[in-house]
Design a protein around this ligand. Sequence first.
Ligand code: C2E
Ligand code: MG
Ligand code: MG
Ligand code: MG
Length: 289
Amino acid sequence: RAKHSGRSTFSWYTPELDSDAQKRKEVEAGLIKALKYDQFRLLYQPQYSLRDGELKGYEALIRWDHPEKGTIKPDVFIPVAEDTGLIQEIGTWVLNRACREAAMWQDQNRRIAVNVSPAQFIAGETHKRVAQALRNSRLDPGRLEIEITESLLISNTEAVIETLREIRDMGVSIAMDDFGTGYSSLSYLSLFPFDKIKIDKSFVQNLGKATSTDAIVTSIIGLGRSLDVTITAEGVETEEQAILLRAAGCDLVQGFMFGRPDSVEKHEASSPVFPFDGTGRSRILRPQS
Ligand code: C2E
Ligand code: MG
Ligand code: MG
Ligand code: MG
């Protein structure tokens, strides 16, 4: 109704817009406090090799412990942080914290993946911040991986690629996150030598349900093979998905089936059950620790 009746209906939407803007203002004010009072923390989700079940590393995922509202997930506040520019400070905090924690892990072979928001790249300072986080923590650059989404590359392609190149030159690897969700995933693979591709969980979760999804996932894995890019499947929740991914030759898995975002200590103390043995058949395998 409203959208057919022209101008006069503008006010019809106003309360909604107001409350939305109001909510964002609240989140923004909260984020400023969160930075000041140290209310962020990182959870870690493990990534396992599908070949032998070995734990290869972790992705750092931010949480906000709000004093009244409890733990808040990034989908709620990262977009606000991006719009307000606060993502610079939050992103720098994440980088430093992740590198510092990883540098203290008992197992110094584990890699650490950090999400870097497209908005963080606009300043063109990202490589300096990465270098600084590495220096401060003394983390081996070869253990750090930066995850970016393809939306990053849509605008300002050349400057972004230059920045990515500088980061990669330090020995840090670059992963394309949420692969397949945007419309240009494929073309970006020819613009920059990504080290890793993470198949988006929307594909992974439809494995075994639609032959088209199975074909797409199989093709992405084949593409990874021929480009010599490591393929990670994210959002793996069921045995069936894991078995199909392994049969298709996927390198790494990450998902609730193998471990939820949590503390590294907890993950190191537990080993998930893999629905296949070393030959890929039938048996249940517990990865060696
Ligand atoms: P992402 O980088 O694609 O991270 C994966 C998300 O999928 C995480 O959500 C993770 O908890 C969730 N996930 C993992 N396994 C499963 C599964 O088996 N099933 C389902 N349904 N979900 C699974 P989370 O932690 O809520 O993070 C959401 C997004 O927020 C991330 O997506 C990333 O884009 C962003 N984000 C998280 N931490 C940071 C950060 O430190 N900095 C920035 N800039 N963005 C971050
Ligand atoms: Mg990610
Ligand atoms: Mg993702
Ligand atoms: Mg995402």
